[in-house]
Design a protein around this ligand. Structure first.
Ligand code: 8YV
Length: 326
């Protein structure tokens, strides 16, 4: 029997390719070329499976041009790069990579919050530039994490992991807002109190965004929301570019509407809004939320396991749409 054909949209750990080669003919992209949508579509023709990362868009246009495609496995928990209704209509299976990155991404969110509140990037630049000639009483004085109010917008698995860190490790008061309220048991476990979005913005000393991107979360934080925050507050975005209006945030940081921000994701990434590069009170990281070696291996492994399960007739591990083989 002919082996199915799988396309790797980006480079990945060589072990993953070796595992996939046991069940499929694999076209790898170990040069890690970022293909345009047209190039990706061209390479996908005649393939039954694709291993994608969060930057590889699979929509109705791609699906129409690639009728042999049967499964797309995303090496990311977020799947706003997939048009799920179009995939379901085309009877193409979609999978993501949840759970395996929860704690690692929560660590990065917490690290960004601490670096932002304690002005670590700004002070490091000062030191490296040879400007540190004397100590002074208010030099890079920021705000405290311990005992402060942690606000979380989006209370899924990663939001809950951040809440636990804040409440149990740092004695923070945790308030959150989410589309749906957590069960009383989960609220008690995370020591988190549900509030409206307006209350969240007004009460948070440190606000972390962990909600999925969709049309309804586009610019969930813009000029109006930033104006509702405390002037001493910090904002961290580890969710997706587009949830924050980057131009409005750059302006708010410049005007000190809020004290500082920590950003791992950007509207036009890998391009960063020039206004954000100009202001000192922002810590910037290049979408590294899940970037620990064990976690990236687990994410890639889960995406590969979904492809292997599909092509060996086993149930998908983390399906996003109904099983199309039935
Ligand atoms: C990925 C992410 O690194 O999982 C997600 O949703 O944003 C990151 O962990 C990125 O999307 C590449 O797949």
């Amino acid at each position: 029997m002919n082996k199915p054909k799988i396309l790797m949209a980006r480079a990945v750990f060589p072990d993953i390719i070796a595992r996939l080669e046991q069940v499929a003919d694999v076209e790898a992209n170990q040069a890690d070329v970022v293909w345009s949508k047209a190039e990706l579509t061209e390479r996908l023709r005649g393939k039954q499976g694709v291993f994608t990362t969060g930057g590889d868009r699979i929509d109705a246009e791609v699906l129409a041009a690639c009728p042999d495609l049967r499964i797309c496995a995303n090496m990311a928990v977020g799947y706003n790069n997939f048009d799920i209704p179009a995939m379901t209509a085309a009877r193409v299976a979609a999978t993501n990579a949840p759970d395996v990155l929860t704690e690692t991404t929560a660590d990065l969110g917490f690290a960004l919050m601490m670096a932002t509140a304690r002005r670590m990037a700004e002070s490091e630049h000062f030191l490296r530039a040879g400007q540190w000639t004397k100590w002074s009483f208010d030099m890079f004085a920021g705000s405290d994490i311990h005992g402060a109010t942690l606000g979380i917008l989006g209370m899924g698995r990663i939001g809950q992991a951040i809440a636990r860190r804040g409440a149990l490790g740092f004695g923070m008061k945790v308030v959150y807002h989410n589309r749906s309220r957590l069960s009383p048991e989960l609220e008690a476990e995370c020591k988190a109190r549900y509030v409206s979005k307006d209350e969240l913005l007004a009460q948070a000393d440190h606000l972390i965004l962990v909600l999925p991107y969709s049309a309804s979360s586009h610019h969930a934080i813009g000029a109006a929301e930033l104006a509702q925050m405390k002037p001493t507050a910090t904002l961290v975005n580890i969710a997706r570019g587009g949830i924050v209006d980057d131009a409005a945030l750059a302006q708010a940081l410049k005007n000190r509407t809020i004290a500082a921000a920590g950003l791992d994701v950007f509207e036009e990434e890998p391009k960063v809004h020039p206004g954000l590069l100009e202001v000192p009170n922002v810590v910037l990281t290049p979408h590294i939320g899940s970037a620990s070696i064990p976690t990236r291996m687990a994410m890639a492994g889960l995406a590969a396991d979904n492809l292997i399960a599909f092509f060996t007739g086993k149930p998908l591990l983390t399906p996003l749409n109904p099983e199309p083989r039935a």
